[in-house]
Design a protein around this ligand. Structure first.
Ligand code: SF4
Ligand code: SF4
Length: 263
C-alpha cells in the first residue's frame, strides 16, 4: 500500500481537534507506515504550500487572510476533510454573527484599529468545496482513524446518520430525559461520540451538530413542556453549533419569542 500525503491546517479554533491526532496513542506510532505528514505545525512539520492527497482543516473562517489561505489549501489538496464544530459550522465564535462585531471589537480592544476581522465566523464549506466533514467539539480519535482507514483503502469515509439517542440504546444507557426530565439534545444530535455525556449522567449539549432530518421543533416544544423558558430553549440551540442550519433556525425562533415576552 503506497503512503498518502497529509496536511493539517488551523484556522480560528482552540486546537482541540488537532489533538485528536496526537491522542491516538499507540496507533499514532503506526501512522507513519501509512501516511506522510507534510504540514502539521502543532506537531512539528511545516510546509504550508505542500500539495497533498488529504488536507485536514480545523477552525472557522474569521479574517480576510483566512479567505485567501483556504482557497490555496483547496487548490493544493485532492481531498479536503473539515474537523470539528468550528470548521463544520463556524463554532462558538459564530455567536458574533448575531451581534454587531465592530462594536464588540471597539469595546474589547484598546486599539481596535489593529484588528482585521470579518464580521462573521463561518464554516469552511461556505468558502471551499469540502469532501467530508467530521463534526464534534472536539472530534474523537476514532472518527479520525476510521476516515483515514477508509481513504487508505480507496473508499469514501462513511457518515453515521443516526442520533445520539441511538448510541444510548446501543450502550444500554437509561434515558435522562424520560427518567429525570432533563432537557437533552440527543434526539437531534449526530451520533459519533458513543453517547459520552449521557454515559456520565449528564445531558447532551449537541457538540456533534444537527443530525439528519432533526426534528428540532418537536424537541424544543418538549423542552417548553419540561418548564424551560424561551430564552433557555434558544440557548440550547444557539450554543457550540449555533450557526448550523436547523439549530440556528430553531434557536432564533425561540430567541424572538423571549424578546417579545420581555417587552
Ligand atoms: S439521554 Fe439523551 S441522548 Fe440518551 S436517549 Fe435520552 S434523550 Fe437521547
Ligand atoms: S453526548 Fe452530546 S455533548 Fe456529549 S460528546 Fe456526545 S454529542 Fe457532544
Amino acid at each position: 500500500m503506497s503512503k498518502i500525503s497529509v496536511s493539517v491546517h488551523k484556522f480560528s479554533s482552540c486546537d482541540g481537534c488537532q489533538l485528536a491526532f496526537l491522542n491516538l496513542g499507540k496507533d499514532l506510532l503506526s501512522l507513519p507506515e501509512f501516511i506522510e505528514i507534510r504540514h502539521f505545525a502543532e506537531a512539528g512539520p511545516i510546509d504550508i504550500e505542500s500539495s497533498v492527497d488529504i488536507a485536514f482543516v480545523e477552525g472557522s473562517i474569521s479574517t480576510p487572510d483566512d479567505l485567501q489561505r483556504i482557497k490555496k489549501i483547496r487548490e493544493n489538496s485532492n481531498y479536503l476533510i473539515t474537523i470539528g464544530a468550528c470548521a463544520t459550522s463556524g463554532g462558538i465564535q459564530a455567536l458574533r454573527n448575531l451581534a454587531d462585531t465592530k462594536s464588540w471589537i471597539a469595546n474589547i480592544y484598546a486599539k481596535p484599529e489593529y484588528i482585521n476581522s470579518l464580521d462573521s465566523s463561518t464554516a469552511i464549506s461556505d468558502h471551499a468545496k469540502v469532501d467530508f466533514e467530521l463534526w464534534g467539539c472536539p472530534i474523537n480519535s476514532q472518527q479520525l482513524l476510521s476516515a483515514i482507514r477508509s481513504l487508505l483503502f480507496g473508499v469514501a469515509p462513511l457518515k453515521d446518520s443516526s442520533k445520539v439517542c441511538m448510541e444510548c440504546k446501543r450502550r444500554n444507557i437509561v434515558c435522562l430525559m424520560v427518567t429525570k426530565g432533563v432537557p437533552c439534545m440527543g434526539p437531534v444530535t449526530q451520533a459519533g461520540c458513543a453517547a459520552l455525556c449521557p454515559s456520565f449522567g449528564r445531558d447532551c449539549y449537541a457538540c456533534y451538530g444537527p443530525g439528519e432530518n432533526a426534528n428540532t421543533t418537536a424537541l424544543a416544544n418538549r423542552f417548553a413542556g419540561l418548564g424551560l423558558m424561551p430564552e433557555e430553549i434558544a440557548q440550547r440551540f444557539l450554543f457550540i453549533n449555533n450557526n448550523a442550519g436547523s439549530f440556528k433556525q430553531e434557536g432564533l425562533r425561540w430567541k424572538a419569542q423571549s424578546i417579545t415576552k420581555s417587552k
